[in-house]
Design a protein around this ligand. Structure first.
Ligand code: ADP
Length: 569
């Protein structure tokens, strides 16, 4: 799919003009900038003609400046300019771009006025040199001139005292260290220059756009502009390996390849910058250049403030293996839960046999009585009819019980349906009723009225209640001072959660054990497995609820879980 549309060769790297349009005072290899320095820019104003004309006709330069400067493209700059304000990607990153990102917003109206004076000679005879706020000079003076032979070109020279030349070179040195560090970090890193789209966002905000999402829906071209205008300027070795290319430099160019398989993530990354967020983390699909589709976690760190060090960092971690392991673990846990259920059913074999036996004995008795009625000289068909429908009823009951046991034992993916917790309590009791009755345990059940439905998996929730009931039965059996009672209670709490509580008359849980009873394999029983409560907890948590254990003030253990009520729809 997306692999076919990715073409490394098609990534433009910003064409360089063949002839130099600005004077070159310094060539590569020079030691540093003079204290008094001049930097040169050659600018193409052809796309800014309508804004220039508007100002020449009397439009307020302050309101038009952003629009005018956004349309002015850099044709060439000298090395001083690159050293003073250039991006990490160097000169070629600047060519063809708008100049707004390189000048503080407060200087835009003055630059706009100078451009209008040079191109449209408005106001007539206006000065072509002005003091200006610059990010690189303390006392910047900007001069502008036009070229008669090439009416779309203007030249800017900007001179003054460099803000802090030494710090500039110190910064370069630290930048080199930083580059080295990035290069060898064991995580895929991309350094991205998004200044142009940043300037576009500032313009949109000034025009009153407050939310990017709806604006992108109405102007899909903005996404194309971001895909083309936001460029990777630096990539490390790890990123090259992740994307399946030979050299990190193969990744330099428009950022669109990162989001080829996850366009929605691209939108969220754009929106987060628009909202001025500091960072964003996303899990998404990533298409590599050698045709792999990976699950990755990407973290984007946005620059602040936007004017100066406008570097966005994207780190990408391949989590394909981790996700696969997690899926395997989930499967394993499901097997484990099922194994626990089957072992629980094993423990309940007597109870279950008893439950099935009841309707079976009723069937036998009723069938024998029927036969007797039939073998009389005057068979009573009405009586036989009555008994036969009782037989059918008992058979149905037996088959329902078998059905439920099968439901517990059979592997099935967790379901989510609306459920009545009181019904689930009833169904769970089916499995333990005999156990309770045969030990003469006094069971008191208070079911809350008009409980809201909950949402979840019937069999899993039955399993939780059966586990808690079995523990309670066992606690009574182990206690010398046991009162043979189990209280069950369902209710709705003040926060609207549906709750289940079970209190037994056993010995309770010792203080030390209270912190561990939900741990896997924690047991105080000779024949215990110690997984019942761990499974109860994982089931309740997966249902968005919580389970807790405590000792009841009147003695015995108290287990309580709560589940969120199902939403109305
Ligand atoms: P098992 O029943 O196999 O030990 P569980 O995870 O169900 O595994 O229970 C863990 C431990 O929690 C038990 O061994 C017991 O010490 C304690 N426990 C559970 N329910 C009760 C209860 N109703 N009364 C006292 N202790 C309990």
């Amino acid at each position: 799919m997306a692999a076919a549309t990715l073409d490394k060769a098609a990534k433009p790297n910003g064409a360089m003009p063949r002839e130099s349009l600005v004077p070159r005072f310094h060539e590569p290899g020079h030691a540093g900038l003079d204290e008094d320095t001049t930097a040169w820019w050659a600018l193409d104003v052809s796309d800014a003609r309508s804004a220039i004309a508007a100002i020449a006709r009397g439009a307020e330069p302050h309101t038009m400046a952003a629009e005018l400067l956004a349309a002015v493209r850099i044709v060439d700059i000298d090395l001083n300019t690159v050293h003073l304000v250039g991006p990490y990607g160097g000169r070629r990153q600047m060519i063809g771009k708008s100049i707004t990102a390189y000048w503080p917003a407060e200087s835009w109206p003055a630059i706009a006025e100078l451009i209008v004076s040079a191109v449209a000679d408005f106001p007539p005879g206006a000065a072509r040199t002005r003091e200006i706020t610059s990010i690189a000079f303390d006392d910047a003076r900007l001069s502008i001139s036009a070229d008669k032979n090439r009416p779309d070109l203007v030249f800017i020279s900007i001179g003054g005292t460099v803000t802090d030349d030494r710090s500039l070179w110190a910064v370069r040195a630290s930048e080199e260290r930083y580059q080295k560090l990035i290069r060898h970090l064991p995580i895929a890193l991309l350094q991205v220059d998004a200044r142009e789209i940043g300037a576009t966002y500032e313009k949109l905000k000034r025009e009153g756009v407050s939310e990017l999402g709806p604006y992108m829906d109405a102007h899909p071209k903005l996404i194309d502009a971001a895909n083309a205008g936001v460029v990777v300027t630096e990539a490390n070795d790890h990123a090259a390996r992740l994307f399946g290319v030979e050299n990190p430099s193969d990744l330099i160019g428009p950022v669109s390849f990162v989001f080829a398989a996850s366009p929605q993530s691209a939108r969220r990354v754009m929106a987060a910058r628009f909202e001025g967020r500091r960072s964003l983390a996303e899990t998404m699909k990533l298409q590599t250049f050698d045709g792999r589709l990976l699950d990755v976690e990407i973290s984007v760190t946005y620059p602040r403030p936007p004017e100066r060090l406008d570097v966005t960092l994207i780190s990408i971690e391949d989590i394909t293996d981790r996700l696969r392991t997690e899926a395997q673990l989930r499967e394993l846990q499901a097997d484990y839960t099922r194994a626990a259920r089957i072992s629980m059913l094993g423990e309940l074999a007597t109870s279950i046999a008893h439950e099935v036996n009841q309707p079976l004995s009723a069937i036998v008795t009723n069938a024998e009585t029927s036969l007797r009625w039939l073998s009389r000289p005057d068979p009573n068909f009405a009586k036989v009819g009555q008994l036969t429908s009782r037989i059918a009823g008992s058979a149905r009951q037996a088959s329902e019980i078998v059905q439920r046991i099968r439901g517990m034992a059979v592997q099935h993916a967790p379901e989510r349906e609306r459920l009545d917790l009181n019904k689930i309590v009833d169904e769970a009791l089916l499995f333990v009723r005999h156990e309770i009755e045969s030990r003469a345990i006094e069971l008191s059940i208070r079911l809350g009225e008009a409980l809201p439905d909950i949402c979840g998996d019937r069999v899993q929730l039955q399993q939780v209640i059966v586990n808690l009931l079995l523990n309670a039965v066992q606690a009574l059996g182990h206690s010398d001072a046991a009162r043979g009672t189990i209280d069950l209670h369902t209710a709705k709490d003040t926060e609207g959660m549906v709750t289940f509580a079970i209190h037994d008359g056993g010995p309770g849980i010792s203080g030390n054990d209270l912190d561990h009873i939900f741990d896997s394999f924690f047991t105080t029983k000779d024949d215990g497995m110690g997984i019942g409560l761990a499974i109860c907890q994982s089931i309740i948590t997966a249902h968005g609820g919580a389970i807790a254990a405590d000792n009841h003030p009147e003695g015995g253990a108290l287990f309580r879980f709560s589940l969120p009520a199902a939403s109305v729809d």
